[in-house]
Design a protein around this ligand. Structure first.
Ligand SMILES: [Fe+2]
Ligand SMILES: [Fe+2]
Length: 245
């Protein structure tokens, strides 16, 4: 497994962001965008100490280092979103119930469950930031969202690949139970995102139903790879240099 190589190569491939142009969201997007970015910024700004500790239990130095670089990428996303928020005169959040709920859930179990819970917002973020990207013509915002979308694709594939290996020797019954529990959690989280961010989704031209449907497809693909042992599609592997070889 060479996800470490992927993250090492991805690090310097950051999109240039034309900050000098300033951030000028469409007027109808401004308020919902601020509310959404404040919550995502908080969620991605953690130090990941517990995840690092759990990752170390696998005794795989490459994996531990890859997790370190993954957390660094999430912190870069938080820094990008913080810069956007400051540019539009918005404050950063220090607490939000959705962030606290995820942190609490992730503390209950071991690495496998931690990654399953972690994947929930990661999978939804893929669809959410695509909606944001489609909903604005501001060059700074588009560059920021394009960078985040690119990185999140890698994050989802990285965790799926790890989980597939961690579930390799798990019984069929336990996989079925895991899938049901994971799906319930995911759908509850989808509902919470729709309730909390529907204005942002609508500003991005995505109806709640469309978001619900697309997130379901993302989940089904991930669950098949993690719990049914389906291989990542060739095209997906080719998209992450360093992983295939
Ligand atoms: Fe992120
Ligand atoms: Fe991520």
């Amino acid at each position: 497994m060479s996800w470490l190589t992927y993250f090492q190569r991805n690090q310097p491939l950051q999109q240039p962001i034309p900050w000098h142009l300033g951030v000028h969201p469409e007027p109808h997007l401004l308020r919902p965008l601020i509310a959404s970015l404040q919550r995502f910024q908080l969620g991605e700004s953690g130090e990941g100490r517990r995840l690092k500790r759990l990752a170390a239990t696998l005794n795989d130095p490459d994996y531990t280092d890859a997790i370190g670089l993954f957390i660094a990428e999430e912190q870069r996303h938080a820094a990008l979103m913080a810069q956007v928020l400051r540019a539009v005169g918005a404050r950063l959040l220090r607490w939000h119930w959705s962030d606290a709920a995820f942190v609490l859930l992730r503390r209950i179990f071991g690495l496998r469950e931690e990654l399953l819970v972690l994947l929930v917002p990661e999978m939804m973020a893929r669809r959410f930031f695509r909606a944001l990207d489609d909903g604005t013509r501001d060059p700074v915002l588009r560059a920021v969202f394009a960078q985040i979308i690119h990185d999140e694709e890698g994050h989802v594939a990285f965790h799926i690949d790890t989980l597939r290996q961690l579930f390799a020797d798990t019984s069929l019954l336990r996989r079925v139970v895991t899938r049901v529990a994971w799906r319930v959690l995911y759908r509850v989280a989808c509902l919470a995102v729709i309730c909390d961010h529907h204005r942002t989704l609508r500003a991005g031209g995505v109806s709640p139903l469309e978001f619900w449907w697309d997130c379901g497809l993302i989940f089904d693909e991930a669950a098949a790879q993690v719990l049914c042992g389906c291989e990542l599609p060739r095209a997906a592997v080719a998209a992450f240099p360093g992983v295939a070889g």
